[in-house]
Design a protein around this ligand. Structure first.
Ligand SMILES: C[S@@+](CC[C@H](N)C(=O)[O-])C[C@H]1O[C@@H](n2cnc3c(N)ncnc32)[C@H](O)[C@@H]1O
Length: 225
């Protein structure tokens, strides 16, 4: 599905989020930068926008983006080259649920709008924890739903009807953009997603809501014990 929408993926992200997606990834990169992370793994990197944000914010010395979809990765490579990102920024085709990275090899892991899309969320979280160094930090950027009932109703109307229509028109794939709202509505967010991170074994789990609660950044730390 992601290969088929790859040519229009970035354009639709900007359009459908009114460019908030750029600000959300920048905030994610700033959070990573605050923790002085040297080696960062970006899972489900797609067209590489998190890698770009990390490079633009000097948030990592080395960053590896992994994704299953070759067409998405091809765009990530082009964008990294265009930005003249450091040579230490790269992409690899790999499954976030089972990677070939060694244990304890990254200071931080990021995953933006990706955790909702993997087949096995718990397995992916276990894999992330395996490759994080003790004390390493996971940052998850994901959609959520506004708590305010009025905002929520307006947002759901937009998400359920306008997003698939615009996605169908521009990306010629209405199903992919109908899947977006269905997957977001079915996926845990806020305290429920924090509980999932804690159950996976992360400590100091927290989240911050973004843009009236339509997205959130979650953090959790791999224990040193
Ligand atoms: C909505 S896109 C997010 C892309 C990017 N992180 C961003 O911020 O725009 C979701 C990505 O998850 C990838 N994906 C889904 N399952 C995956 C898996 N098991 N391993 C790696 N990538 C996966 C898809 O190929 C797709 O590129």
């Amino acid at each position: 599905m992601f290969d088929s929408i790859a040519p229009r993926y970035d354009l639709l992200n900007r359009l459908l989020s009114f460019r908030r997606d750029i600000a959300w990834r920048r905030r994610l990169a700033n959070s990573v930068a605050r923790h002085r992370c040297q080696r960062v793994l970006d899972l489900a990197t797609g067209t590489g926008d998190v890698l770009l944000a990390l490079a633009q914010n000097n948030a990592a010395h080395l960053a590896v983006g992994i994704d299953l979809a070759p067409e998405m990765l091809a765009r990530a490579q082009q964008k990294l080259a265009k930005l003249k990102a450091p040579q230490t920024f790269s992409t690899i085709q790999a499954d976030a649920q089972i990677t070939s990275f060694q244990n304890n090899s990254f200071d931080a892991a990021t995953i933006a709008f990706g955790i909702r899309n993997v087949q096995n969320v718990s397995q992916t979280l276990r894999e992330i924890i395996r490759v994080l160094k003790p004390g390493g930090r996971l940052f998850v950027l994901e959609f959520s739903l506004p708590a305010n009932p009025l905002l929520r109703a307006i947002y759901l109307a937009y998400f359920r009807y306008a997003v698939p229509a615009i996605g169908g028109w521009i990306a010629r794939n209405r199903a992919a953009y109908a899947y977006l709202n269905q997957s977001v509505e079915a996926f845990p967010y806020g305290p429920k997603f924090c509980a999932l991170l804690s159950a996976a074994g992360l400590i100091d789990v927290s989240f911050e809501s973004l843009t009236f609660g339509v997205a959130a950044i979650y953090q959790g730390v791999k224990s040193c014990g």
